[in-house]
Design a protein around this ligand. Sequence first.
Ligand SMILES: [Zn+2]
Length: 398
Amino acid sequence: MRYSNKVFGLRGLIQGIEDKRKRPQITMEEIFGAGLIMALGQLGSLNALEQIKKQSYWQRWLGAGLASADTLGRGFSNTDADSIRKAVRHAYSRLKRNKALEPADAGMIALIIDGHESNRSQLRCCSGCLKRRLHTRDGIKRENYHRHVMAGLLCKGACLPLDMEPQRPGEDEVSCAMRLLTRVLKAYPRAFDLILADGLYMRAPFFKLARKYKKDVIAVLKDERRDLLKDAKGLFKQEKPKFYQDGKVERQCWDIEHFTSWEQLGREIRVVCSLERKRVKRQKTKKIHYESSEWIWASTISKQRLSTEDFVKFGHGRWKIENNGFNELVNYWHADHVYCHNPAAIEAFGLLTMLAYILFHAFIGRNLKAVIRHKYTKKHLARMITAEIYPCGNFIPP
Ligand SMILES: [Zn+2]
């Protein structure tokens, strides 16, 4: 916490949070500060936080004792998520100013957009719940669930979650993503050059929105019914591919520009295909196997701006961030946990988890000496932080 306060001015961030509530039981500083400690300590529940209520540092950290789990839950239900977004934006600015965010490839930083289902329940429901019918052995059952779209930056060796937007009842993922993208484009106009998305986002309005702000898009092209894919596959048969080796992967790539088959988009588009063969040594049998895969992407970016090799790296970058960045948020940072089943609280906790993730990675990446960073796993370092919060530790907040 000392690091977060010194480098990111965390205390100022917390004190600057706008309080729109009419008769608050506890201050926003108490709610936000307690939630952030819970997230940084990866405690995973408000009840776990309540169990360390007697620690003396709460007075120093929050200027008050720790409220009960119920009070904090109610507080988060009335939290203004934009205040937390401002805190994430501030953390990003500090990292950018300190040159901590280096371009991934070809001097570019990409924004990854991806949808995610956070939780489901057949019993509990709130005004933000999406609904679906499940055909089970016992007949049709109704299920309530939450989905949101996340936006994160793909930088060199790092993933930086920036924002999330809950999917509203009755709307599809791409509409939700466009609302998120509009906000991100306004809040972070110069943070990225490219947008990476999966096959679902091959929609003309999504591409047009990105181009309006002069950003290029790379999206997976996999819908066999599309004229663009049919045309591209036809041309790939006539063109000679480019062969190259990328580590353990042999690539055979076709890269063609100026397709006009996507009429709704109203502009030319580039299609890149990569047939890949990866050499894998099986641990059990020690035998060498080859895994093959085919990837096709469509993009607005020209060959002049992004070479085939760098294009393919970015295409796979989306997959990398899904596995390393977003999965880490879910598996270690409890991003999917429903701390309080209320739409505002779910959004606030999601954003707070992103902020905790940024602070933690900034701490280990920028503050720890390389020898310590390489000696211990991220999980071990996170556990050391958790241990500091418990009575046996010597956690001393500023
Ligand atoms: Zn709900």
